[in-house]
Design a protein around this ligand. Structure first.
Ligand code: 6R9
Length: 673
């Protein structure tokens, strides 16, 4: 989506709100610049000083980073806080309690149903909960380094399970509750986790989601591959509620156990496993341009610092704030900005189980009013979809507590930015458009809103320690105002260390295109003021409602259908989702091209990946546009997928093996409209 934000106005400027600025951690550009300079010139002191905030059971000997981004000089590696031993769960809970904040609310749980009992948990409560589960996991034989898969809805047991794993040194692998049984199975298998923590089910809006049944099916699938899930721990989310009849699942004796029964006899204290700075903390699967999703592996010390520092500075977090991030813990945003970052800052936050449109389109704003939320963090796709309902659902709620708004996941179009600013933020709040990735663990480019002016559509300037460059296609660094590929010249503390079980894939994915640099996969412009404007992925990854989907994954799901011979998938600009999924499918000889098959194929993708990856458009093609060497010419498809494409402007198609294919595709595409 290289042409996103084409009509941006780089001179539209919003000054930092005065009151916010006066009390901000970073109050002026001069302060930001000085801190940024220090972070680049002397990372040892900059990060070393900041890391003193934490409890280190064994102090680190060296801040680092010790790293190699140059493949000609040996394996790519990243290390921070060498020699240090610590524990994330201890720093998120015990340390906060020791500081005297045990009775502070850590989590307000806002349930899907407005009428439900919305419990709140103090730091004291949460520590007990985490310890009980940690002890239970230990009693089940889970040891340091073992992987535990977590497939839970947004209930307090989700962050608690993450922290329980962290406490005993188990590596958590959270799988978003919208993924299908096949996706879950693939992730369980790849991680070889013999333990899965799930729930009987959950209501998402008015719809039940059968988490346990999906988990059961996933376990069956792994069994076919010879892998046995030993234990399924089941949180009784709907058990005993009026929604219970809507859940259907089997109970496998000897394997399945209720969460409540498992933890009830456990002690409320649990010693921590002291983890080396570079010991794994978690893995999280994300999509790339090729093959199956990869397990992005994050480690302990650097990730702790990155999630802490960005929460503090980007959100200008202060103890009186009430923080609400709408992301699910199944994505990286929920890891860094629900579980870890806020708790490391002793924050009080809202954990939201529901959806923005249930029971009505003003649910987010109702929640903000109810808890007097001051910091609100969501995705542009949510803003765009809520914007369609007009201002009234927002303005009928009292949002005067809000002071800072954040966005994440995809570029925000200036129109949505302005609406967010004017209507949600009452023209009074600052907006932090935070650019980062699963791989980087925490914000890379984001305004520090007390210090910087904001420009709608720009993620502003690099966070501390982030040394960026923009490269041309030959890997030459561009300077000043320019447009190209965004890379990092050195590692941020919270950066991924490897792909689980496949270090070579890590190197090839991120370091092979431009040796010596970490390539983000994103296109980027820099304007005359040095502000960054992210323009979208430059690889075969599409961003649908802020969810990263590899076109190859959708293609392989389609091809798995018995009637499909070949499939090619590209993204197209979508008003609400950011990008939509456009597919071009060739059937096997003799198969009939009809609409019922289209519906079947959409269902197929839902089942193989998850509902959020369902194609928006499927087009039939007698053959795919390929070069003579057999490569699919995606740039032609991308043009065809544009709503207002021009048949005369498909670029150079002279290298196509069969140019007639394009004519047929053009026709079918037109017929579809
Ligand atoms: C945190 C997260 C990462 C990809 C990233 C980029 C896009 C995220 C963005 C943004 C423009 C922003 N992206 N935030 N693009 N402006 N503020 O979303 O992680 O799911 O790994 O996606 O999302 O393309 O490379 P992840």
């Amino acid at each position: 989506m290289g042409d996103f934000n084409q009509n941006i106005d780089v001179s539209e400027i919003y000054e930092p709100p005065k009151e916010l600025s006066a009390n901000a951690h970073v109050k002026s550009m001069a302060e930001y610049e000085a801190m940024y300079k220090a972070s680049i010139e002397d990372p040892e002191s900059f990060w070393g000083e900041m890391a003193k905030e934490f409890y280190w059971q064994t102090p680190f000997e060296k801040v680092g980073p010790e790293f190699n981004f140059d493949r000609t000089k040996g394996p790519v590696s990243v290390k921070w806080f060498l020699g240090g031993k610590t524990n994330l769960s201890y720093n998120c809970l015990d340390r906060i309690i020791q500081q005297g904040h045990g009775s502070r609310v850590a989590i307000y749980h806002e349930c899907n149903d407005v009428e439900d009992q919305h419990a709140s948990f103090t730091y004291d409560d949460l520590l007990k909960k985490v310890c009980r589960l940690a002890n239970a996991l230990k009693a089940e034989g889970v040891k340091k380094g073992d992987r535990v898969s977590i497939y839970l809805p947004m209930v307090v047991e989700l962050p608690a399970a993450m922290l329980a794993c962290a406490r005993i040194g188990a590596v958590h692998s959270v799988v978003f509750g919208g993924f299908s049984s096949e996706s879950l199975a693939g992730r369980i298998l790849d991680a070889q986790s013999s333990m899965v923590i799930t729930a009987d089910g959950v209501m998402r809006g008015a719809k039940p989601v059968q988490l346990k049944a999906i988990t059961d099916k996933a376990c069956e699938i792994t069994q076919k591959d010879g892998f046995q899930v030993r234990r399924v721990i089941c949180v009784g989310r709907l058990k005993g509620t009026s929604f219970e009849p809507q859940t259907k699942y089997d109970w496998v004796e000897g394997r399945d156990v209720w969460y409540k029964e498992l933890v009830q006899s456990q002690s409320e204290t649990c010693d921590c496993e002291w983890m080396d700075s570079e010991d794994p903390l978690f893995m999280l699967y994300t999509s790339g341009s090729t093959g199956k999703p990869k397990g992005v592996l994050h480690t302990t010390g650097g990730y702790m610092l990155g999630s802490f520092a960005t929460t503090k500075y980007t959100f200008d977090y202060h103890p009186e704030d009430v923080y609400f991030c709408t992301a699910d813990c199944g994505w990286i945003t929920g890891h860094s900005y629900v579980t870890y970052g806020p708790m490391l800052n002793a924050a009080t936050q809202v954990l939201f189980e529901g959806v923005p449109t249930f029971p009505e389109v003003d649910r987010f704003w109702k929640v903000c009013e109810k808890y007097k939320v001051s910091i609100f963090y969501t995705a542009p796709t949510a803003i765009r979809s809520l914007m369609k309902s007009g201002d009234q659902p927002v303005t009928r709620n009292d949002l005067s507590s809000l002071r800072l708004l954040g966005t994440v996941g995809e570029p925000i179009n200036p129109e949505a930015w302005r609406w967010y600013h004017r209507v949600v933020g009452g023209s009074r709040c600052a907006i932090a458009d935070t650019y980062w990735q699963t791989e980087t663990g925490s914000h890379l480019i984001t305004p520090l809103v007390g210090a910087m002016t904001c420009k709608p559509g720009s993620a502003s300037l690099p966070f501390f320690g982030v040394e960026t460059a923009i490269l041309d296609e030959n890997g030459k660094e561009l300077s000043g105002e320019c447009s190209g590929r965004l890379v990092l010249k050195r590692p941020v503390p919270s950066m991924m260390r490897t792909v689980h079980g496949d270090h070579q894939r890590f190197e090839e994915t991120y370091f092979s295109q431009f040796n010596g640099y970490y390539f983000t996969g994103d296109g980027c412009k820099r304007d005359k003021d040095g502000f960054y404007w992210l323009t979208g992925r430059m690889d075969d990854v599409i961003n649908v409602s802020g969810h990263r989907i590899g076109t190859a994954e959708v293609e392989s799901a389609l091809v798995a259908h018995a009637k499909v011979a070949e499939a090619a998938v590209v993204g197209f600009p979508h008003e609400v989702k950011g990008e939509g999924i456009w597919c071009c499918v060739t059937l096997n000889e003799g198969e009939a091209y009809d609409d019922s098959l289209k519906a079947e194929l959409k269902k197929q993708v839902r089942e193989v990946i998850g509902a959020f990856a369902a194609p928006d458009e499927i087009h039939w093609a007698p053959g795919l546009p390929k070069t003579r060497s057999g490569k699919i010419m995606r740039r032609v498809l991308r043009k065809l997928a544009l709503p207002d494409y021009d048949t005369q402007d498909l670029g150079d198609t002279s290298t196509l093996a069969d140019p007639a294919v394009v004519d047929v595709l053009t026709e079918t595409a037109q017929r579809y409209e």
